[in-house]
Write a protein that binds this ligand. Structure first.
Ligand code: NDP
Length: 293
């Protein structure tokens, strides 16, 4: 039997609608709306696209957005000075530095210069540290992991007591999603490139999160019947039948795994749309802290 499709586009649209309603309420009550500043250093085309999508998403829910672009050869102090200016702007509730930064810049220092109360990407080391500690609350949860939890919750997946396996341990996806699942009382295993044999772990999963960056690596024989699969991967594979010459696939061999799983996210249209929706939600949360409804 084919798995239930977890429709990230539909869930993200719900989240955006809820955010837009609250933005409207804030405008009515205070005469102002949440503001997000994006900082892009250099001209990486993928980063430009991501920033454009974030700016457009802000506008669609009625938020204000400020877009700052610095040249690729900007110095550490120039980037940090811009972040500090944005930290001081009372109309800005979220400051987002688009990653990756050019290689000569110290990424951790730049992320640390973002005011904790405006760290809507949730990548400030203190926010990640709080996420890792028992009894501490981060001010913001990183957007992709937050979106994954939202998808699981809105699909009605039971987390408490479930055996969750996360493949990938990056700072932006694998590690924080594992921490979030643990906080929700799942029993979590984190796998990575040195986990041997990977399938021995993945086959135990009630919930499997694949955040690897390897096209269709998780195959049907690696999962147990009834598993809930969250596929975070976004990979380009050559496809001469498409006008652009490629198509996007996840880290999971979707067609075969859907025959074994009970629920699965597609790529595209699964986790991807949730990331920007949760960025909007984090920016709203930040603004509501200073102007509660
Ligand atoms: P990283 O490259 O930072 O991390 C990949 C992780 O996968 C690492 O922990 C690595 O292990 C592990 N890994 C690599 N190869 C294997 C293997 N053969 N077996 C087991 N584990 C392996 O990637 P990200 O976390 O940044 O992203 C992962 C994927 O998610 C990418 O496809 C990315 O495009 C996508 N993504 C999608 C987003 C969305 O909004 N939909 C947002 C962010 C990312 P090790 O640590 O040992 O090297």
């Amino acid at each position: 039997m084919s798995a239930k499709l977890i429709d990230g586009k539909a869930v993200a649209a719900d989240v955006r609608r809820e955010v837009a309603e609250q933005v409207g309420a804030m405008q009515q009550k205070y005469g102002r709306v949440p503001g997000l500043a994006t900082v892009l250093v250099g001209e990486d085309p993928a980063s430009q696209t991501y920033v454009r999508m974030k700016v457009r998403a802000c506008e669609e829910v009625g938020m204000r957005s400020i877009r700052k672009v610095l040249p690729a050869d900007s110095t550490q102090s120039e980037v940090e000075a811009l972040v500090r200016d944005l930290n001081d702007d009372p109309e800005i509730h979220g400051v987002l530095v688009q990653l990756p930064l050019p290689g000569h810049l110290d990424e951790e220092a730049v992320l640390s210069s973002i005011d904790l109360t405006k760290d809507v990407d949730g990548f400030h080391p203190v926010n990640i540290g709080r996420l890792a500690m028992k009894g501490r609350e981060p001010l913001f949860i990183p957007c992709t992991p937050h979106g994954i939890l939202e998808l699981l919750d809105r699909t009605g997946v039971q987390l408490e007591g479930a055996r969750a396996v996360v493949v990938g341990r990056s700072n932006i996806v694998g590690l924080p999603v594992a921490l979030l699942l643990m906080h929700r009382n799942a029993t979590v295993t984190i796998c990575h490139s040195r986990s041997r044999p990977l399938s021995a772990f993945t086959r135990q999963a009630d919930i499997l999160v694949a955040a690897i960056g390897r096209p269709e690596m998780i195959t049907a024989d690696m999962v147990k019947p009834g598993v809930v699969v969250i596929d975070v991967g976004v990979n380009r594979v050559d496809d001469p039948t498409r006008a652009r010459g490629y198509r996007l696939v996840g880290d999971v061999a979707f067609e075969e795994v859907r025959e074994v799983a009970s629920a699965i996210t597609p790529v595209p249209g699964g986790v991807g749309p949730m990331t920007i929706a949760m960025l909007l939600k984090n920016t709203l949360i930040s603004a509501l802290r200073s102007s509660p409804l």
